[in-house]
Design a protein around this ligand. Structure first.
Ligand SMILES: [Zn+2]
Length: 116
């Protein structure tokens, strides 16, 4: 009997999973984006099940859910650029529209702060 072959460490294969669900950049909810590809009409509809944001785009026969999602993200970034040109300093690469964050601004200043 020949010597045993060194057992090859099986590389942990990442299973190819078709992305069907994506994170919503508006409400930051994970996997809440629902994408429907209407192939016959070449239209894709994208909806967030959490915040209800919706978007529609034309697709080609080659487009997959991922493509639709990325197109959406692109369009969001474009909108953001239009709306808030001063906000894009540095290009942090974040998809989330920062505009939603302003609700967090702390407007309830406590008196204690003023005291020294
Ligand atoms: Zn959402």
């Amino acid at each position: 009997m020949g010597k045993r072959r060194a057992k090859r460490k099986a590389p942990t294969r990442t299973k190819v999973v078709l992305d069907r669900e994506f994170n919503c950049p508006f409400c930051n909810h994970e996997k809440s984006i629902d994408i429907k590809l209407d192939r016959p009409n070449k239209v894709a509809t994208l909806t967030c099940r959490t915040c209800g944001v919706g978007w529609q785009t034309k697709i080609t026969s080659l487009d997959e859910n991922t493509d639709v999602y990325h197109k959406w993200i692109d369009s969001i970034e474009e909108i953001n650029r239009d709306v808030a040109p001063e906000g894009v300093a540095g290009g942090a690469g974040r998809y989330a529209p920062a505009r939603n964050a302003r609700a967090v601004a702390d407007d309830g200043r406590s008196d204690e702060e003023a005291d020294d």
